[in-house]
Write a protein that binds this ligand. Sequence first.
Ligand code: SF4
Ligand code: MG
Length: 277
Amino acid sequence: MSEHTPVSRTPAQYKSDVKPVWCPGCGDFGVLNALAKALSKMALRVEDVAVISGIGCSSRIPAYTSCYGFHGVHGRALAAGTGLKVARPDLTVIVTGGDGDGYSIGGNHFLHSCRRNVDLTYIVMDNRVYGMTKGQPSPTTESGWTSKLMPEGTGLGAIHPMALAMVAGANFLARGFTGDPNGLADIIMQAVRHPGFSFVEVLSPCVTFRPEQRDWKKMVHEDAFEATTDAALATQRIMADDGMSLGVAYTGARAPFRPPMGVGRLRPADLEAQFAL
Ligand code: SF4
Ligand code: MG
C-alpha cells in the first residue's frame, strides 16, 4: 500500500458525485460502501489510490470513487493494474471487477497475477452471472442454474476461484459478503495492507438475474475460515468449504514481485523510438 502521510476523510469523501446506475438492491452498492469505509479507516489520500477495473456492472466502481480510476478493457483490469503498480509502486492499487470479467475473459491474467505476486488487491464481486449483458452463465455459475438463455443449465462444473488463487500463488485470500459492509471493509483493509497479491472474493448478489441470491444473507457463516500462514491447512479449509464461509483464509509470506528498476530499463520515449516508421 501507499506510504504517504495519512489524512482524515470520511467514507463519503472517497465517493464521487457520479450516481451509480446499478439496479436497486444490487450487491455492488455494499462493496462500494465497504471500499469507501476501508479507505477512510486507512486514512489514504485519494490521489494515492488507483481503482482499476475491466467491464461489467461491478467494473463501474472506479467512476463512483474519488480516487484515480481506470475503466479498462474486458478482462484486462489486472494487466493494467499490474503495469500501474510496477511503474508507480508508491500508489495503492485496487483492481475490481466481476466473475465473468475476471475468471473468463480475464482468467489467464488472474492466474498469472496470483503467480506474479505484485503488491495489489483484487476484489471480485461474484454473482455467478454476467449481469450487464443480461444473464449469461459465468465460470462460477452452478451447472444446474437455468434461465431463458440456458434453459437446461450449462452442465459444467463451476470453477473454484479461491482454490485456483491458492495454487497459483496468491499471498492473501479472503471472502466477504456485501451484506456485511463493516466485515467487508475490515477484510479489504487487511488485503490492502498485506504485501503481495491479495485476492478478495465478495459474494455480491445480482438481484435482477439471480433474485434467489437475496437468500445469501441467510446462508453466509463465519466458522470455517481463520487466518493462517499454513498453505496446506488453508487449502484444506478452502476445499472443504461450502462457498459461503466469510473471513480471511490465508496470509502468505511470499515477498512481492518487484521488477528491477533503473539501469537497463527502457524509457517510454526510447521504446517508442524503436517502433518509429
Ligand atoms: Fe447489479 Fe445484476 Fe443489476 Fe448488474 S444486472 S446492476 S449485477 S443487479
Ligand atoms: Mg457477474
